[in-house]
Design a protein around this ligand. Sequence first.
Ligand code: AP5
Ligand code: MG
Length: 190
Amino acid sequence: MLNIVIFGAPGSGKGTQSERIVEKYGINHISTGDVLRAEIKKGTELGKVAQSYIDQGQLLPDHLIVDILAATLDSFAESKGVIFDGFPRTIAQAEALKKMLAERGQAVSIMLNLDVPEEELMKRLIKRGQESGRADDNEETIKKRLVVYHNQTAPLIDWYKQEGLYAHIHGFGALETITAEICQAIDKVK
Ligand code: AP5
Ligand code: MG
């Protein structure tokens, strides 16, 4: 089982690169952001809660996200592996993922950190906001998401280094070049 954590700041290319990895390795994809946006669209209770946090660029409480993760993991019973996109985002979530996988006789195989300069992140997200209108892709909310990333999520870099699972990826440049570097890192642990 290949369990890949794809990590990076807002706009670093987690979703874009996940699609390419899913195609190449035939594994499942969980994007917690996509799950929450689908709930918002359906107008569920969870969607209403999610919207209040997403609009503010804040993280949802860990327990809500961990429950979503557990339910999604169990729906992939016959899977070759999973790419976790946008999760974990806090140390508590990383610890929960480790436990959840251990209970299923599994572990994280690698953590890929898509490293992208901040001014490029801002450019990409503003552009997407203008083109597709994702509600949190406006300058004010992007700035809040970046602060949350630095305070709550970036500490996971050292956490995964200590676990011996960390891989740095240059996330700036042509999509194909980034995918190639990612595949090289995955093939080493496969
Ligand atoms: P989430 O949906 O995960 O958003 P995010 O982390 O802010 O990241 P994005 O999805 O915006 O960016 P991405 O890294 O996927 O990049 P993408 O490939 O799209 O989370 C949204 C919200 O949900 C959070 O703020 C929080 O409220 C909540 N949430 C989610 N998970 C949570 C959790 N675990 N705990 C608590 N709360 C949670 O690329 C971005 C753009 O750049 C695209 O337009 C793309 O075409 C372009 N692009 C990609 N690669 C390149 C490249 N190489 N060159 C040029 N452009 C590129
Ligand atoms: Mg995404």
